[in-house]
Design a protein around this ligand. Structure first.
Ligand code: TXE
Length: 495
């Protein structure tokens, strides 16, 4: 791959990597299968990619197992492992123009966001996690059993980790999983989503260039029901780290029981964002609008349930609707686009179904509410107001640029309402009252709470769900609980 400075992306340029990456080689699927990849900005097919079938999953597992057991990675000094991961972060940045271009083609996010948001964010994950490769430590433990014992723990890698990622932030979420899995000494089989397979392949290519040995990161695009299902059932994979829907998460729990795989599950959300009357209303409007409309609402932590105090309800709803109306929705390669299309035709159907359901269940459409009538998978940023708790648009994850506003009167009531969800991924609080902020943060049944900000992510901040939003944590040092296992060694010193 090559990079040019201040580059203007060319959507028509051919895609370099479209085959499976297994043991450092680019190979066709064993049965020759391929699938079409669509540009969501136009709805047109722009390339085809090899589709890994069961035989290819077997090949990838054999390769990753060999790479794990023979130890070119696990037995590398932690400092060398750290250096390779740092180098991979650097290579992502060096190739940011081309990776950004491909992410925009594949996922639809505006090029400026892909190039200056997604790629640096993935690079930061490798840089941050590279530091942990030298710091994964055990403990020494004083015990009271009779005798003289030296007891200590070792944190060891789990083995072969299957990473199954979604299509909303293809490269970023791959980095969330691959970087800590590798830092801990595991080997990885990465399966990108069928809608967005390309930047995962580029990551695999750069990993080889960074000196990560063949087989340590295999990349096998394919469909969930076939490639993904084969991975989760596979007896040769020790752990699955998955981000996607709660429905598929449940399927993965069922499918993984053969060898009782370890599971990390980062699932859906329907996060409550609460605006108290004493908030900086202008900041709350801007932050809350960004918290739902960023990436066309295709973000698991999106603040999709907006609870607004009755004293400021009309002002906030009008303010967010004004932001929504002025957002420029368009082709990811149009430099004026602020948000792009939805990632697939299937997802467009899902989101427009919710738009219809909002209206038929009686919510008031303040702005938007429609598909944008053009080629590609666009919907208008939408604000529903005066919704009721029992409506589908309040209970279910829409995963589109659609916010539902609800009015509240007192704090206890809004906390109860915010927690009345099967999900528990994230939440937001807007207030100038420090006591309200901390009290409500403590009462939120959610894995992340933002106060006077929304969707701030950092590699050092753990992220994951309460309740049906999942198991385990991504990022921070917490993530190593999910990518290592603890061995206790007890040595009798009286021999
Ligand atoms: O997700 P799936 P879908 C939510 C969002 C969206 C809904 C459906 O609400 O509207 O899910 O999206 C792989 N075994 N989120 O159907 O199926 C699949 O190939 C193993 C929230 O696209 O969960 C892809 O790689 N893997 C979310 C990944 O799972 C399987 C992000 C995600 O697809 C599989 C995405 C199987 N049986 C959707 N079936 C978030 N938490 O950010 C599918 N896959």
């Amino acid at each position: 791959m090559t990079t040019t400075a201040n580059h203007t992306p060319d959507p028509t340029k051919a895609i370099d990597r479209t085959r499976l990456l297994i043991h450092g080689e680019w190979v066709d699927a064993a049965d020759g299968a391929e699938f079409d990849v669509y540009n969501p900005s136009t709805g047109q097919v722009f390339t085809r990619v090899s589709e890994a079938g069961p035989e290819d999953v077997n090949r990838a597992v054999e390769s990753s197992r060999k790479a794990f057991e023979e130890g070119p990675w696990r037995n590398m000094t932690p400092l060398d492992r750290s250096a390779a991961l740092w180098r991979l972060g650097d290579l992502l940045l060096e190739n940011a123009d081309e990776i950004g271009r491909v992410e925009t083609l594949d996922q639809g996010q505006p090029f400026s966001i892909a190039r200056h948001g997604s790629v640096p964010s993935a690079a930061r994950m490798f840089h941050y996690m590279s530091g942990w490769a030298t710091k994964i430590e055990g403990n020494t433990i004083p015990i009271s059993a009779g005798g003289d014992f030296h007891v200590y723990t070792r944190r060891e890698p789990i083995g072969v980790v299957g990473c199954i990622v979604p299509w909303n932030f293809p490269l970023v979420i791959a980095a969330w999983k691959v970087a800590p899995a590798l830092a801990a000494g595991n080997t990885v089989i990465l399966k990108p989503a069928e809608q967005t397979p390309l930047t995962a392949l580029m990551l695999g290519e750069l990993a080889l260039e960074a000196g990560i040995p063949p087989g340590v990161l295999n990349v096998i695009p394919g469909f969930g029901g076939r490639t993904g299902q084969t991975m989760t059932e596979h007896m040769g994979i020790d752990k699955i780290s998955f981000t996607g829907s709660t429905t598929t998460g449940r399927r993965i729990v069922d499918a993984s029981k053969g060898n009782l795989k370890r599971l990390s599950l980062e699932l859906g959300g329907k996060s409550a964002n609460i605006i108290f009357p004493d908030a900086d209303i202008e900041a709350a409007i801007g932050g809350s609008a960004n918290g739902i409309f960023f990436n066309a609402g295709q973000a698991c932590a999106a603040g999709s349930r907006l609870y607004v105090h009755e004293n400021v309800y009309d002002e906030v709803v009008a303010g967010i609707a004004e932001v929504a109306k002025n957002i420029k929705v368009g082709d990811g390669f149009d430099p004026t686009s602020e948000i792009g299309p939805l990632a697939s035709a299937q997802h467009l159907d899902r989101v427009t179904g919710y738009l219809q359901s909002g209206v038929s269940e009686g919510a008031r459409t303040v702005t938007g509410g429609t598909q944008i009538d053009t080629q590609g998978y666009y919907v208008a940023p939408t604000v529903f107001a005066d919704a009721r708790e029992d409506q589908k648009i309040v209970q279910e994850e829409i995963f589109g640029p659609v916010v539902v506003a609800l009015k509240f009167t007192d704090t206890e009531e809004v906390v109860r309402a915010a927690n009345r969800s099967a999900y528990g991924l994230a939440g937001g609080i807007w207030t100038k009252n420090i006591s309200t902020a901390h009290k409500v943060a403590a009462q939120f049944q959610a894995g992340s709470v933002w106060v006077n900000c929304y969707q701030v992510f950092d590699p050092a901040m753990p992220f994951g769900g309460y309740k049906e939003s999942g198991w385990g944590r991504e990022m921070g040092h917490e993530v190593f609980n999910d990518y290592t296992q603890v061995k206790t060694v007890c040595v009798n010193l009286d021999t």
